[in-house]
Design a protein. Structure first.
Length: 250
């Protein structure tokens, strides 16, 4: 991948595995100094070691964003310190996927989902976006989901949090865009990861034009595009990345 992000700094939350790791890897390969985050120090340090071995610049900060605003603010402080005093690109990717009948989901899980999926993004943005605006440049990428556009049994709580993220994307684009900060979202469909049930995903994707689930590495190029100068006129958009599955359901 070309060095489209040379000299830029990036904080990618929830990035030691899965989609977040793929976005962090792609940004590092494009020349950015990337801070990865996650709860497992062992997994995070291994991810950073792999990136450094490949010749990229990366660091790890342990963070459990289920702790809410204090954890988000600590993460922002530590990331700024590691990145030379500024974060040029913020990727709000950390999230959990609560599934099950509405009546079976308890308040503890409800609160955790909103804290990890929405509150962490809100307060990281509140902390870092004003500094981007003061510099006249910055990028925020939020991870949404195609569940916002369709009804899925068992996904009421998860869908609600992702709808909030996509709404925040538009509001933040209006708020920070005039100061040079671009805010957009990526809405993945069914993507096979280390923890996803690939057999079920393959079945769900048979009607998609692509005919298969997404691969984690396919999100990286889109994230790099949105973070780079080629997307200078892209504000407040949500990019569906689902192999055409949404289109096929219309």
């Amino acid at each position: 991948m070309s060095a489209r992000l040379d000299g830029r700094t990036a904080l990618v939350t929830g990035s030691t595995t899965g989609l977040g790791r793929a976005m962090a890897d792609a940004m590092a390969a494009a020349g950015a100094h990337v801070v990865l985050t996650g709860r497992s120090k062992e997994v995070g340090e291994r991810a950073v070691a792999e990136l450094r071995e490949a010749g990229h610049t990366a660091d790890y900060v342990a963070a459990d964003l289920a702790e809410g605003r204090p954890a988000a603010l600590r993460l922002a402080d530590e990331a700024e310190s590691l990145l030379g005093g500024r974060v040029d690109i913020l990727v709000n990717n950390a999230g959990i996927v609560p599934v099950g009948p509405t009546a079976d989901l308890d308040e503890e899980l409800y609160d955790r989902a909103w804290t990890v999926n929405v509150k962490s993004a809100f307060f990281l943005t509140a902390r870092l976006a004003p500094a981007m605006a003061a510099r006249g440049a910055g990028v925020i990428i939020n991870t949404g989901s195609i569940v916002v556009r369709h009804g899925f049994v068992g996904s009421a709580l998860y869908s609600a949090t992702k709808a909030a993220i996509e709404s925040l994307t538009m509001s933040w684009a209006a708020e920070f865009g005039p100061s040079g900060v671009r805010v957009n979202a990526i809405a993945p469909g069914f993507v096979a990861t280390e923890t996803s049930p690939s057999e079920r995903l393959v079945g769900a994707m048979t009607t998609a034009p692509a005919g298969r689930p997404g691969r984690v590495e396919e999100i990286g190029p889109l994230a790099v595009y949105l973070a780079g100068d080629d997307a200078a006129y892209v504000h407040g958009a949500s990019f569906v990345l689902d192999g055409g599955w949404t289109t096929a359901r219309r």
